[in-house]
Design a protein around this ligand. Structure first.
Ligand SMILES: Nc1ncnc2c1ncn2[C@@H]1O[C@H](COP(=O)(O)OP(=O)(O)OP(=O)(O)O)[C@@H](O)[C@H]1O
Ligand SMILES: [Mg+2]
Length: 343
């Protein structure tokens, strides 16, 4: 492409837990959405995985911030720092003598208000973006899964992210029904912390609780191939002496039960409002699970059994939104009509 160095095209999934950026059809950034700010100078100390390593280990001069909450910007300055850093990472951290024209497609939750949409666009503009388009996350999910979204056919995607779970029905390149819930990955992590405290008197930090979830997280107690128990070491709340307990997937299935039941109820509520023709398409095709929460072992099985509709986990569910956003960007660049994009 002639003069392609003058324009730079990025697709961005600005998630509560993770930010992914595609450039030239490749993932160039895949980092936790966390920044570390020096509170004395107000400068960016670290971002992404480096900032995540500082979490829970701060001193009074270093503050770690998660700029996104419930899928939208909660801390504008921190979000701007983060987007600027991500754009720089996409460029291989190089300084260039000219500013390229940065065209960006950013995925946002369906429930975003106009003020929240404007905040995302402004943060991206302040960070160097010029031509900014938005796409709703469930639509990006559907594109990223490879569904034919423009057909008159119903599809259902359930994205269980860090901050929110969004359940949407898609047909004719639009969102027919969508509902979201603030019960998602972060709440699962909090459920595990509470369980460890109540059951074992152990205080467990955010990062360790997330490790437990990834190692032994489960949605059913009778997994066919359960993972090995995970050894948790932490301070006993009463004695402050270190204790070690092996935690099993069966226990975690029990401890996540209430949160998972809320997600079930969300799906049922959206199904109830789905027009019958679309409903039968969905039952035939099955429901697609995406987002990091879809990786909870046995979740597809639990939901299939409870709702009597087949559920499947999307390939690489953590990247579905970013893949779909990248597809939308490519279609936009080819000059195709993209009814699912907003400016
Ligand atoms: N293997 C796994 N098992 C269970 N949970 C996981 C696994 N891997 C990641 N997660 C969880 O998935 C969540 C992050 O998912 P994802 O990246 O889809 O969220 P996000 O897009 O950043 O958030 P949101 O969409 O709510 O803005 C985190 O809570 C993380 O702990
Ligand atoms: Mg997400």
């Amino acid at each position: 492409m002639a003069f392609s160095f003058l324009t730079q095209e990025l697709a961005m999934d600005l998630g509560t837990a993770n930010t992914l950026v595609f450039m030239n059809d490749k993932i160039v950034v895949d980092q936790p959405s966390i920044v570390a700010i020096n509170s004395l100078t107000n400068k960016l100390e670290a971002c992404g995985i480096e900032a995540k390593r500082m979490q829970g280990k701060e001193n009074p001069n270093i503050l770690t911030i998660r700029p996104m909450k419930d899928g939208v910007i909660a801390d504008f300055d921190a979000a701007e720092h983060m987007i600027r850093w991500m754009i720089k990472q996409a460029n291989g951290n190089k300084r260039s003598w000219f500013t390229p024209n940065v065209k960006i497609v950013i995925a946002i939750p369906f429930g975003s208000t106009d003020v929240e949409k404007r905040a995302v666009k402004e943060a991206a503009e302040h960070s160097g973006g010029r031509d900014i388009n938005l796409i709703y996350e469930p639509m990006a999910d559907a594109l990223g899964i490879g569904l034919n979204v423009e057909e008159p056919q119903g599809h259902m995607v359930v994205d269980i992210g860090g901050g929110t779970t969004e359940c949407a029905v898609i047909s004719l390149a639009g969102i027919v029904e969508c509902e979201s819930l603030k019960t998602a990955g972060d709440v699962f992590t909090a459920d595990i912390q509470q369980y460890m405290r109540q059951q074992y008197n152990i205080k467990v930090g955010d990062n360790l609780a997330e490790q437990i979830k990834i190692a032994v997280g489960a949605a059913i107690s009778d997994l066919e191939t359960p993972p090995e128990p995970f050894d948790v070491i932490g301070p006993n709340l009463i004695t402050a002496y270190p204790v070690k307990v092996p935690v099993t997937s069966m226990e975690i299935a029990h401890c996540l039960d209430r949160s998972l039941a809320k997600i079930e109820a969300l799906i049922v509520s959206v199904l109830e409002r789905t027009p019958p023709e679309l409903y039968s398409d969905i039952v035939k095709e099955g429901i697609h699970l995406t987002g990091g929460g879809a990786l909870i072992r046995g979740l597809d099985k639990r939901l299939s059994e409870k709702l009597k509709i087949p559920f499947s986990v999307a390939e690489d569910p953590l990247k579905a939104v970013a893949r779909g956003t990248n597809l939308a960007l490519k279609n936009l660049s080819k000059g195709r009509l993209c009814p699912y994009l907003m400016r």
